[in-house]
Design a protein around this ligand. Structure first.
Ligand code: HEM
Length: 736
């Protein structure tokens, strides 16, 4: 198998090359704000409007023409990486699957969007071996369409073309994935070594995998084909598959459909031992032009028989470039015996080892036929009673298998794009799925005159500014930019499970929401244009903030864009929404120590990151919200003002002043008490996520901007902008 590289060896290489090292190199436990810098558009060569512009450009594409170009590449074997059976289709499917398979339902990170597979570290993971060549094969197509076709869309479309060309009908193709321009900082696991090093295994003794991880090994997209940590035990392997695919949001049927559908095509590659291969792209010299795993054992002209990737060898089917039910039939109808690949990896072969599969370099030569094989993970599907039952049903009903694979594949490659309003192109399937978190839009939306009336109705409910603001925040801040789920749109704050989340103070919410629902109902009763609860919740936030600023003698306008809809409980998959429940929300000074074992400061950065906030946005929002007194449980922690409920810069001035002496509160984790230095009187309580704005030099630098005598106007301006950004995170219609 592919050589494992220690992560720290990359770090030392950086040191040796006289490049500056990040502070984390010297103080690994220090706060790392780097993730938030990625939310600035500066590194994007197409500029700040790329996101909106990309969609417009993409819609100009003639998808049929692009499909033809991809197909041509697929069927034209290149001497520098010859195609198996003259068709790169299976290779391209693996590329698309691996780009999608990093998706983690728990935090929404990973997935097709952004095409992170282009960058270290994903590009260099042992599991992505050889896929550097797949992307390079596609460069002529990318080059032709440039800005109109992102890598993210190209990779998915290529998978679709491959499946179609080999006789499989997919549900359709969805475009609209703008590219990333840098490697995203994602916590992939605690491991300091990559697969197949034994210490890369991330699953605990009792089968647990730390939140939010989904891959069982550092450097693998999902599970080890040979079995957990190389143990060829099909029963244990099934447990790993269920765990990893479950974290990818796939149920048992979807999991079997994907594996059986995928391994219908192509083959595994293990022509030469691992010692023949160079390191991954990132560790190779510039003369290799970004390609890795160079095979030094190939002498003379390279053929398709020379490829080494996983170290396993062979195909699952006797017809690996056509969609058939052979994978299922071969798996179920043969007795499989454990053996090894030419490079010594565990794999399974039939008792008779009949030579029924074509040779990749000479597919039409009957004298070169080869036996088929299975991985331990394939045998696991036959061995597990639940998976087996599904396979047996599909062996009888191949159409059901094809339908299940089409649906699971569509979900796989689209799942991280969020709701349907983010889909682009002429090939979007009409059908709606519950995993798309559907929303019902009012047929006739409200206009600005209606908004004026609604503002008055909201003010007349008697709800306090605090209640209005915290409700709007609870709704909108459930959004995560990682997979574009959650948010105010849909009005799901009033539905299960969101209405019961501890962070939302469910008991208080029960008294607030009926009043806002009443506003909706009384308005809708007399108006031809209809308003959704989601709009009223967000508008309530604007009304509350404007009033809270007025109390400070400042007149501000919080922009409000109507146009949201409401969802029903039936349209809300409770299990899947459970994953969005915040275990920490520093903006409401909420932290559940039991939850993920993520320290509060990391949780602060993580929450800001999932809201797509920059460092100044995070700072101004947190400081402003503290003075608005919207903490969960109405706690006073960090409410560093004598006038709670008045929007002001008090948090910043009071966290920076030297007049206060802070010390840890006795017997309480993560709680501090602030004493007036002159009188010795206790003045405040605060948590880590409050005091860090005085303690961390970079956050202090931003806090100083707002605490300065000339910082007030900027504070109100920036607060409103950041607030509006969060309220509209899920308003993809405004970006179209
Ligand atoms: C090939 C592992 C699931 C599609 C391979 C290879 C390995 C592997 C080790 C050989 C790579 C090489 O040496 O070239 C696994 C495991 C899975 C899994 C452990 C889950 C338990 C899937 C899924 C799909 C898929 C869900 C797609 C829906 C493919 C294809 C190939 C392949 C098309 C052939 C690539 C080629 O011919 O170049 N898989 N895979 N696999 N896999 Fe999977």
């Amino acid at each position: 198998l592919i050589a494992s590289t220690t992560l720290t060896s990359f770090a030392s290489a950086a040191m040796a090359a006289d490049v500056p090292s990040p502070n984390q190199y010297y103080w690994p436990k220090g706060m790392n704000l780097a993730k938030l810098r990625a939310h600035d558009a500066e590194s994007d060569p197409y500029g700040a409007d790329y996101y909106t512009n990309y969609h417009k450009k993409f819609e100009q594409l003639n998808l049929q023409e692009v499909r033809k170009d991809i197909e041509k590449v697929m069927l034209t074997s290149q001497p520098w990486w010859p195609a198996d059976y003259g068709n790169y289709g299976p290779f391209f499917i693996r590329m698309a699957w691996h780009n999608a398979g990093t998706y983690r339902a728990i935090d929404g990170r990973g997935g097709e969007e952004g095409a992170q597979q282009r960058f270290a570290q994903l590009n260099d993971w042992p599991d992505n071996a050889s896929l550097d060549k797949a992307k390079r094969l596609l460069w002529p197509v990318k080059k032709k369409y440039g800005e109109k076709l992102s890598w993210g869309d190209l990779i998915v479309l290529t998978g679709d073309v491959a499946l179609n060309q080999m006789g499989f009908k997919t549900l359709g193709f969805v475009g609209g994935r703008p590219d990333d321009w840098q490697s995203e900082l994602i916590y992939w696991g605690p491991g300091t070594t990559f697969f197949p090093n034994k210490s890369s295994f991330q699953v605990g003794q009792n089968g647990t995998l730390k939140h939010p991880l989904a891959a069982t090994h550092m450097g693998l997209i999902y599970v080890n084909p040979e079995g957990p940590n190389g143990d060829p035990d099909p029963a244990k392997s099934a447990q790993m598959i269920r765990l990893a695919f479950g974290r990818m949001a796939m149920n048992d049927e979807e999991t079997v459909a994907l594996i059986a559908g995928g391994h219908t095509f192509g083959k595994a590659h293990g022509a030469h031992p691992n010692s023949c291969l160079s390191g991954p792209p990132v560790a190779n010299g510039v003369e290799h032009q970004g390609l890795g795993w160079v095979d030094h054992c190939i002498k003379g002209k390279q053929t398709a028989d020379d490829a080494s990737t996983s170290g396993l060898e062979g195909s699952w089917s006797a017809d690996p470039i056509h969609f058939t039910t052979q994978y299922i039939d071969n798996l179920l109808n043969n007795d499989w015996v454990l053996g090894t690949s030419p490079t010594g990896a565990h794999q399974w072969h039939t008792k008779t080892d009949d030579k029924i599969a074509p040779d990749p370099a000479n597919p039409n030569d009957p004298s070169k036929m080869r036996p088929i094989m299975m991985f331990t993970t394939d045998i696991a599907l036959k061995n597990d009673p639940v998976y087996h039952k599904i396979l047996a049903r599909w062996a009888e009903h191949p159409n059901e298998f094809a339908d299940a694979f089409a649906r699971a594949w569509f979900k796989l490659v689209v799942r991280d794009m969020g709701p349907k309003s983010r889909y682009f192109g002429s090939e979007v399937p009409k059908e709606t799925f519950v995993w798309q978190d559907p929303i019902n839009m009012p047929a006739k939306p409200i206009n600005q005159a209606d908004v004026r009336e609604l503002r008055k109705l909201i003010a007349a409910t008697g709800l306090s500014d605090r209640e209005l603001i915290k409700t709007a925040w609870a709704a909108a801040s459930s959004h995560r930019v990682t997979d574009h789920r959650g948010g105010a749109n849909g009005g799901r704050l009033a539905l299960m499970p969101q209405n019961g989340w501890a962070v939302n103070d469910p008991e208080e919410l029960k008294t607030i929401l009926p009043k806002l629902e009443k506003v909706r109902d009384s308005f809708n009763a007399h108006s031809a244009r209809k308003v959704a609860l989601a709009d009223i919740i967000v508008l309530g936030g604007s009304v509350g903030i404007e009033d809270a600023a007025k109390k400070a003698g400042v007149k501000i306008q919080v922009p409000f864009a109507p146009g949201r809809g409401d969802a029903t409980q039936d349209q809300t998959d409770v299990n899947s929404f459970n994953l969005l429940e915040p275990t920490a929300d520093a903006f409401r000074n909420y932290y559940r120590a039991d939850a993920d074992n993520t320290p509060p400061l990391n949780a602060l950065v993580d929450k800001a990151d999932t809201l797509g906030l920059t460092i100044p946005e995070m700072t101004v929002l947190l400081g402003g919200l503290r003075t608005l007194d919207i903490n969960t449980g109405h706690s006073a922690n960090g409410v560093l003002t004598k006038n709670p409920g008045v929007l002001s810069t008090d948090f910043f001035t009071n966290v920076l002043t030297m007049d206060t002496r802070w010390e840890k509160a006795a017997g309480q984790e993560d709680l501090y008490e602030g004493f007036d230095r002159a009188s010795g009187q206790k003045q405040w309580t605060a948590t880590d996520v409050d005091l860090v704005f005085g303690a961390n030099p970079e956050l202090r630098a931003v806090a100083e901007v707002y605490a300065s005598n000339d910082g007030k106007a900027k504070f109100y301006n920036d607060f409103v902008k950041a607030w509006t950004k969060v309220m509209n995170l899920d308003r993809f219609d405004l970006q179209r």
